[in-house]
Write a protein that binds this ligand. Sequence first.
Ligand code: GAR
Length: 209
Amino acid sequence: MALKVSVLGSGSGTNFEAIASYFDSPEKRNIARIACVISDISGAYIMERARKRNIPSHLIPCDAFKTKLDPETEEKYVDTLKSYNTELVVLAGFMRVVKKGILYAFPDRVINIHPALLPSFKGLKSWQQAYDYGVKVTGCTVHFADEGIDTGPIIAQRVVGIEDADTAEAIHEKIQVEEHDVYPKVIEAIACGRVSVYGRKVRIKGGRL
Ligand code: GAR
């Protein structure tokens, strides 16, 4: 049976789109499917994308904090995720740190994508941080979420070269090309039981993604 994946996002939702279209193809449909989308931001384009694909979407705002969820709101997220029998929680541009509520409800089943090669450039606008620092390569990281900020065990990383002429936005565009390719493949590997975690080390049967 297809793994039930729910996507949390605060923004444009291009990663959601990449994941949804990957698992829309006939040969991938039985591997995973998106059960629902949840956003904390009213008017986030990810919600519109979900509607266009007839995927249920929920707005669960959080007024108490800017970058995390208060326990009460987190409980609403957990209830909604559980109401879809979610088996994997995918953070795709979700701009809040998830805490115990979601992590305990879905142990080792919450993943995040970050637009830098962790542990470099944690936090916000990592492509801008990479540009400002003057690094020659950056990339993206898919990792299991833990209680820290961008600190969980790393599942996959992709490298992007930075040219002298690149603007911060051009760097983000290159990073997103890699994000859209790697994130669905990570979900597929998890769905197929190919991903194991040993402390900080993540091993993937069949090789790196
Ligand atoms: C992505 O680049 C993702 O890596 C980043 O937000 C963007 C969302 O794009 N996430 C973070 O910065 C999390 N700290 P999308 O809404 O088009 O998928």
